[in-house]
Design a protein around this ligand. Structure first.
Ligand SMILES: [Zn+2]
Length: 315
């Protein structure tokens, strides 16, 4: 009987996988290095190796597997199962699903990291029992995924909810995407660290100058200790993040916003500030009915999201 699901999280440094029952309870996990520099075929071989190992080590056979879900950095075409291009993995228009379907003769599904995490939080995490939920991730970049009427909303080209690249400040800093003043260029962990480095380099009087390398973690830390330059950077970044979230609430009127990604490790300060900005900028009824909560799946968001993708697409 087909009573098991496999989720694969393809990342820039590792391929993480899990086999679960149909409720998403993990039976076995496995990880291999991506070794992206070795190219598409080699990475595909390691993905297949992870899947095979999960099946064998859990004492199952291919006939026991109902579906395989794969989360990958985008942009990608989830309908065709093609990874178009990614910054950290040398895939270009790579059909990843066909060889996996052929090898295992099991339905397989692909989606981008943020969509997969959104499905994961909706089915197995903080957003369980919601109908309309938006997931936002804030780490080195800013991304999102939308669950609308209980289903993932992909949009026409499968790239819906690229909220990190909505323009908040027309003449703002240049974004990696080429645009100026994107939410990602203002509020991501990378943006926070960049602004801190600029402050140190311009000779500002700040305790941030004690660090050799500055990430958003150090900026949050020094802001909490009272350094005024760090506080200003954090305050400005979180205000833009709050505006981005307020725009999402005003556009979608969701029951819940789930926020994940490394930057949320800074904790309450983030959620308090977002709530404050949302309170100022959204219609009262919408702001009051929308819960803004941290993601529940944490480090397992990628793998469990991929399991949830397999679960929802194979229903
Ligand atoms: Zn951008």
């Amino acid at each position: 009987m087909k009573k098991y699901l496999i989720g694969i999280d393809l990342g820039g440094t590792k391929i993480a996988g899990a086999i679960t029952d149909l409720e998403g309870n993990i039976i076995k996990e496995n990880t291999l290095p991506t070794k992206a520099e070795e190219g598409e075929k080699s990475v595909l071989g390691r993905i297949i190796e992870v899947i095979q190992d999960l099946i064998i080590s859990s004492g199952k056979t291919v006939d026991d597997i109902k579906a395989i879900g794969i989360g990958s950095p985008g942009p990608l075409d989830s309908k065709k199962g093609i990874i178009i291009t990614t910054p950290n993995i040398p895939f270009k228009n790579f059909d990843i699903l066909t060889p996996i379907k052929e090898k295992f003769n099991v339905p397989a599904f692909l989606d981008n990291d943020a969509n997969v995490a959104a499905i994961g939080e909706h089915m197995l995490g903080a957003g369980r029992n919601t109908e309309n939920m938006i997931y936002v991730t804030v780490s080195t970049g800013v991304g999102g995924g939308a669950i609308i009427n209980g289903r993932l909303y992909r949009g026409n080209t499968c790239n819906a909810l690229e909220v990190g690249h909505t323009t908040l400040l027309p003449d703002g800093p240049r974004c990696n995407c080429g645009n100026y003043g994107c939410l990602e260029a203002l509020s991501s962990g990378t943006a926070i660290a960049k602004r801190a480095k600029e402050a140190v380099e311009s000779g500002r009087d700040t305790t941030l100058s004690h660090y050799e390398t500055i990430t958003s973690y150090e900026v949050f830390k020094e802001a909490a200790k009272g350094d005024s330059v760090a506080r200003h950077i954090i305050d400005t970044s979180l205000e833009y993040l709050g505006i981005g979230i307020a725009n999402i609430i005003t556009s979608f009127d969701p029951e819940m916003i789930v926020i994940g990604g490394g930057v949320t490790k800074a904790g309450r300060i983030i959620f308090d500030r977002i709530q404050e900005v949302v309170g100022k900028r959204c219609f009262e009824a919408m702001a009051a009915s929308c819960k803004i909560v941290p993601a529940a799946l944490g480090e397992k968001a990628g793998v469990m999201g991929a399991v949830a993708l397999a679960m929802t697409e194979s229903k």
